[in-house]
Write a protein that binds this ligand. Structure first.
Ligand code: AMP
Length: 349
């Protein structure tokens, strides 16, 4: 992992008045560029040649400038550094450039890149979730399965290929890979709250240090489980699958906000104990049972695609800001505030 001081050195060479926000044209890029534009920060889109047309179709969401590439195999690090760029690592950015590139690049990235390493390893993720004081689904080995479990095979993307099994025999019959994670299946409603943690801000939900903002909430729409009742009514026997195909908005009972904010707070406090702190956007992926207990099955330590529902703000940001504020815009605000206060090193690594 590249040292924090090296990134601080790169940042020292930046012209603070010419800072740009850069990311791959995918995932949450339209929202990120749109938010930066609202804050007057110029943007750079790293874009596949044949995808430029898609981004040009959205004049307020397109980047100000493109770096056109044939593939995402190499990060145009030097060119971006020359342009005073701060990269926003969204889901596709992390996926395409991979752990190795992200850990070693000299390109300054918004947030703490250590958090991406922690979210990317099942063992570390569980350690983090438990240290955060969150309720987590029980983990099983194939031999100990004694209830409905979800088997997450490694390499499965966006929930694709996950299976439900209820016994060691069923596991043996259905699972042919050797790399898997078996988790108790939690019945309830999935809730994906999107947070933003700022070590600089003094407004919002105050904590030991900085403050936490609840930006919005979504629920993922997954095929085929999402509308499985239709298949059932049609008399079709369904093999449930969990392939994410979109997102829909959600607000929760106001009396549940306390539990959700406390979950976010736990994640941040633990991140400081474990790896020097998560800053910026993140999501705690939970399932709320009929006892109104929240089980967390994952943490996303970066902006999540569900925030795309709210380019002009959400019901929750309406109570925090006087203006329509997306997570993309919140990122731009943080970069501006940090640059002004000469504290970029605290929100960029
Ligand atoms: P993940 O890849 O962990 O984000 O999970 C993808 C999808 O699988 C989630 O959005 C849920 O619909 C489902 N899922 C994951 N873990 C569990 C669990 N422990 N219990 C029930 N559903 C789960």
């Amino acid at each position: 992992m590249i040292a924090r001081e090296e990134i601080a050195n790169v940042l020292k060479g930046y012209n603070k008045k010419e800072i740009r926000i850069a990311t791959i044209c995918s995932h949450t890029a339209l929202q990120i560029f749109h938010g930066a534009r609202q804050e007057g920060i110029k943007t750079i889109g790293i874009c596949l040649k044949d995808h430029k047309k898609i981004y040009d179709a959205f004049p307020y969401g397109r980047p100000d400038e493109y770096i056109l590439v044939d593939s995402y195999s190499e990060l145009p690090e030097d060119e971006l550094i020359k342009k005073n760029a701060i990269a926003i690592p969204h889901g596709s950015f992390v996926e395409y450039y991979g752990k190795k590139n992200i850990e070693s690049t000299r390109l300054p990235m918004f947030g703490n890149r250590m958090s991406l390493t922690w979210e990317g390893s099942r063992d570390k993720l569980y350690e983090w979730m438990k240290d955060s004081g969150l309720k987590v689904p029980k983990v099983f080995t194939p031999e100990t399965i004694d209830r409905p479990c979800i088997v997450k095979t490694s390499g499965a993307k966006g929930g694709h290929g996950y299976m439900i099994v209820s016994s060691p025999e069923e596991f043996k019959k259905k699972i042919k890979t050797t790399d898997y994670h078996i988790q108790e299946y939690i019945s309830g409603v999935r809730v994906y709250p999107h947070f933003f943690f700022s070590p600089l801000s003094k407004t919002g939900y105050t904590m030991k240090r900085g403050s936490l903002e609840m930006m919005s909430i979504d629920r993922r729409i997954e095929s085929t489980i999402h509308e499985s009742y239709r298949s059932t009514i049609a008399g079709i026997e369904l093999k449930p699958s969990f392939t994410v195909m979109g997102n829909e908005g959600l607000v929760i009972r106001e009396s549940l906000i306390k539990k959700v904010l406390e979950a976010g707070e736990g994640v941040i406090e633990s991140s400081y104990r474990l790896f020097g702190g998560l800053t910026g956007p993140f999501c705690v992926e939970m399932i709320c049972t009929d006892e109104l207990e929240f089980y967390t099955f994952e943490i996303s330590a970066r902006i999540v695609a569900g925030t795309n529902l709210y380019p002009t703000g959400s019901p929750y940001t309406s109570y925090s800001y006087n203006e329509p504020t997306s997570t993309g815009r919140r990122i731009a605000i943080e970069i501006k505030n940090a640059a002004k206060a000469d504290r970029l090193g605290e929100v960029i690594y």
